[in-house]
Design a protein around this ligand. Structure first.
Ligand SMILES: Cc1cc2nc3c(=O)[nH]c(=O)nc-3n(C[C@H](O)[C@H](O)[C@H](O)COP(=O)(O)O)c2cc1C
Length: 212
């Protein structure tokens, strides 16, 4: 494999939403998973990393994956219905919530295709603690996996809706996790169906304010 510098990996990282259906190699998957373990975690909770962070990996065509997918789509369907009622009663919220609502409706109708066409689906569970930094901690683990996936030529998509099933009984049973102790998030990795588009060059001064 051609060596890529970290700077290059950061600039070519993109979201993949269309996967070929082929499988990644075990080496690729393990390298991506290992990077999640190396990511920083909330040390001030005083808990050891093995207790704080748990990583679950599913083959996308497995029975276990079907359970997660079914629970997720059903939960999104009920949220979409609820939001539909809210928007019908309070139409002025459409400007703020319309895009998100349409996205929920699309998932309700078509599901999340990458959860079937990706190679593997990964759930990260991060133990809740004080200070409450589990969400930030998960983001570090996901970002490490994203950059690692990019470096091995794999596609990566965040599936942030997984957060809403963090306390679903069927999912917790499958993962063997206690109720309300862990925050969940997830992603799909796989072989991209098409080459990702290049990101435009960044003009730093459009983002940065130098103070002092
Ligand atoms: C916190 C967070 C949650 C996201 N959730 C999703 C998601 O559930 N599904 C998805 O396809 N993309 C998700 N994204 C990806 C963004 O849409 C994407 O990063 C952004 O549009 C920029 O595109 P790029 O990743 O190709 O550079 C998420 C990004 C962030 C930072």
């Amino acid at each position: 494999m051609k060596f890529k510098s970290l700077e290059h990996i950061i600039t070519i990282r993109r979201t993949t939403r269309s996967f070929s259906g082929e499988n990644l190699s075990d080496e690729q998957v393990d390298q991506i998973l290992r990077s999640a373990v190396y990511a920083p975690f909330g040390g001030a909770t005083g808990l050891p990393l093995k207790e704080v962070r748990k990583i679950f990996v599913f083959k996308t065509n497995s029975e276990a994956m079907k359970i997660v997918n079914d629970v997720l789509v059903a939960t999104i369907r009920s949220k979409a219905r609820l939001m539909g009622i809210v928007l019908a009663i309070l139409p002025f919220l459409k400007k703020k919530l319309g895009t998100f609502y349409n996205r929920l409706k699309a998932i309700e109708r078509y599901g999340i295709p990458s959860m079937k066409m990706g190679s593997h689906f990964i759930i990260i569970a991060e133990k809740k603690g004080i200070p409450s930094v589990q969400r930030q901690s998960i983001a570090h683990a996901l970002q490490n996996m994203w950059l690692s996936a990019t470096s091995v030529g794999a596609g990566f998509q965040l599936i942030s809706a997984i957060g809403i099933i963090s306390n679903n009984a069927r999912v917790l049973k499958l993962l063997n996790l206690p109720y309300n102790k862990y925050q969940l998030d997830g992603c799909v990795i796989g072989v991209p169906a098409v080459e990702p588009e290049e990101t435009e060059d960044v003009v730093l001064e459009e983002y940065v304010t130098r103070i002092g």
